[in-house]
Design a protein around this ligand. Structure first.
Ligand code: ZN
Length: 151
């Protein structure tokens, strides 16, 4: 990755950390899930509103490192309006890229590609994946809270 691209990606992450999108509690959510990453101290809650099979709204709140917050913000922007299957497929693609298993899929990720650099830092992979694991848990369990750990 070139230095210019590194800088571009860093600015996307910093921007989403400073001004996270969809950062609010959702009162009328269909489901929610909490995610905790004890290794870093990241914790967040994801709320989903489902309209049939479509994720019509998604939000999050929590605290943690810049990577976990930026990843949650980018995730909410990416899955809003998508179907459950599309969101799960995006999670699989994202996971493959950040773990370094499928770096060739990074192009398909759009802005989320900004997080592909974490594949070089195993501890950071958990920070970047946390919001996605919580989103996945919220999709599976339509009511109540589940705690997910990325370990
Ligand atoms: Zn973290």
């Amino acid at each position: 990755m070139s230095a210019e691209l590194d800088e571009l990606y860093q600015s996307i992450i910093l921007d989403h950390n400073r001004r996270p999108r969809n950062f609010r509690v959702m009162e009328d959510a269909s489901s929610h899930a909490e995610g905790k990453n004890p290794l870093c101290g990241d914790q967040l809650t994801i709320w989903l509103k489902l309209d049939g099979n479509v994720i019509s709204d998604v939000s999050f709140q929590g605290s943690g490192c810049a990577i976990s917050k930026a990843s949650a913000s980018l995730m909410t922007a990416a899955i809003k309006g998508k179907t459950r299957a599309e969101a799960e497929a995006m999670f699989n693609t994202f996971h493959g890229v950040v773990t370094g298993a499928h770096p060739e899929d990074a192009e398909a990720l759009g802005s989320l590609k900004a997080l592909s650099g974490v594949s070089r830092f195993p501890l950071r992979v958990k920070c970047a994946s946390l919001a996605w694991h919580a989103m996945h848990a919220a999709l599976l369990r339509q009511d109540g809270a589940v705690a997910v750990s990325t370990e």
